[in-house]
Design a protein around this ligand. Structure first.
Ligand SMILES: Nc1ncnc2c1ncn2[C@@H]1O[C@H](COP(=O)(O)OP(=O)(O)OP(=O)(O)O)[C@@H](O)[C@H]1O
Ligand SMILES: [Mg+2]
Length: 454
């Protein structure tokens, strides 16, 4: 086979974002094919690869578009068919692939079809690490290998329609991750109990090996309200469209500060803030609001300034107090002091007993309306664990958020403002502390832009 056998056209346009090639007139057929090392390659297939060669430059590119631009312009050698190409990287003299293009080819460079052997070199560098994700649709016998450490240095997203296989893909990805990265820790927020479930006999069944996975029921974990930031408490307790919302928010601020100070006088002296994760009493908070709501002066003749402003707030809080599904949050039994925080953090990140690499936190049994707040709180605490962990470099954490659009919304000022801020902070700063974020969503246009763009 000569080099000319694989020639399919020439470059006609080069830009920073991509390149365009004109196909050779000989390929102006209904089934344009070329033979590469005995393999028949369909020219111009979307997602297929080509090599652009000029002097000692060799760039591998992917086909992103094919059009019949100006068919019949009279040019004998030019078919009028155009390929848009996305350059992926360069091949050096030894035939090794390097991501990114430093030297772009110029107009007239030859464009060649490539076979499986040449596409294989793109993933060759990481093949030894054994982190194989699947197969290329254009080359089914070629496994795609990535650099596993990148998963932990950066954030990633798995996006696709409902039912397209995101959860399955994620399970497979995580199974491989723990094999190749024994030090990595993964926290998976499982909103629907898809990754772990109890069978008819009450045994835990899981998508992961029991050697690497620990199942945690969010209710048994106890995620007490007092760990929430002020913004998260607003999300939890206040309806933002209530006409009295701003008054409620103001009183909430004052009350929480007073109660935290009362419960932790020594910490307060050291400069504690309203967001500090220290204990305060929810029952007392309820009483504060109740007193303000029914306050009267002049021996009961004049209504106080806040009289009746918290009716709905109090009813809502009372009904949650009476609903046992909220007990893990509002009536913690074990986590009733600021000192119980470190145990909770260890449980989150997989250092609690038994120690495991993957902690699946099952949120399916907790009430729907608090799931977003709880998810964000878990995320924030995991981030804070590594933020204060002097050995964070040896302890990479990956926080995986299923159905992320429900609690990391794009729109500002929604009910989940506080949770959104917490998650965006991980997206922006997490990498510095070894915390990366994996978001899974079927509605990327509803997902926070900050999180996606990171
Ligand atoms: N690689 C695969 N091969 C064969 N079947 C698959 C594969 N991946 C997923 N499926 C099937 O597709 C179905 C939906 O997959 P999955 O639950 O992962 O989708 P999803 O994208 O997470 O959906 P949702 O958005 O509803 O959460 C599964 O029940 C499974 O049977
Ligand atoms: Mg799913």
């Amino acid at each position: 086979m000569t080099a000319q056998d694989t020639l399919i056209g020439y470059l006609s346009e080069v830009q920073g974002q991509g390149m365009t090639a004109h196909l050779d007139a000989a390929l102006d057929t209904y089934t344009p094919t070329v033979s590469c090392d005995g393999e028949t390659v369909l020219v111009g297939q979307l997602g297929s690869h080509v090599a652009v060669r000029q002097a000692d430059i060799q760039v591998l590119a992917m086909v992103t578009r094919i059009i019949d631009s100006d068919a019949g312009n009279g040019d004998e050698t030019n078919s009028g068919r155009q390929l848009n190409l996305l350059p992926l990287g360069e091949l050096d003299e030894q035939g090794r692939f390097h991501r990114g293009v430093r030297r772009f080819p110029s107009l007239g460079a030859e464009v060649h079809a490539v076979g499986t052997a040449q596409v294989r070199v793109i993933f060759e560098k990481f093949r030894d690490q054994g982190f194989s994700l699947g197969h290329l649709p254009t080359h089914p016998d070629l496994d795609v290998c990535l650099d596993p450490t990148r998963m932990f240095g950066r954030h990633f997203a798995v996006l696709g329609q409902s039912g397209s296989g995101k959860s399955w893909a994620l399970a497979s990805l995580l199974q491989r991750t723990v094999e190749v990265m024994p030090k990595a820790h993964i926290i998976l927020l499982d909103l629907h109990g898809e990754y772990c479930w109890r069978d008819d006999r009450g045994q835990i069944q899981s998508a992961f090996d029991s050697e690497v996975m620990r199942y945690v029921d969010a209710r048994q974990l106890e995620i007490p309200y007092w760990l929430m930031t002020y913004a998260e408490l607003i999300d939890l307790l206040i309806e933002r469209d209530d006409p009295n919302a701003s008054t409620q928010i103001a009183l909430l601020r004052e009350t929480i500060r007073d109660l935290k100070k009362k419960a932790n006088p020594e910490l307060f002296a050291q400069g504690m803030s309203i967001d500090s994760p220290v204990y305060f009493s929810m029952v007392e908070m309820y009483q504060y609001f109740k007193a303000a709501n029914s306050q009267k002066t002049d021996f009961g003749k004049t209504k106080g300034p806040l009289y009746g402003q918290f009716d709905e707030f109090l009813v809502k809080l009372q009904s949650r107090f009476n609903d046992s599904r909220y007990d893990f949050l509002l009536k913690p039994k074990r986590r009733t002091s600021s000192a119980s925080l470190s145990g909770l953090l260890r449980d989150f990140v997989g250092l609690g007993e038994p120690k495991r690499q993957i902690t699946v936190i099952d949120l399916s049994a907790i009430p729907f309306d608090v799931r977003p707040t709880i998810s964000a709180q878990i995320g924030r605490l995991a981030f804070e664990f590594n933020y204060w962990n002097p050995h964070y470099q040896e302890f990479p954490l990956l926080l995986v958020c299923e159905e992320a659009h429900t609690y990391i919304p794009r729109a500002a000022g929604t009910r989940f403002e506080g949770t959104r801020q917490s998650m965006e902070r991980i997206a922006k700063e997490g990498r510095k502390y070894g915390v990366s974020l994996g978001v899974i969503s079927q509605r990327p246009h509803e997902l926070s832009e900050t999180v996606l763009s990171q």
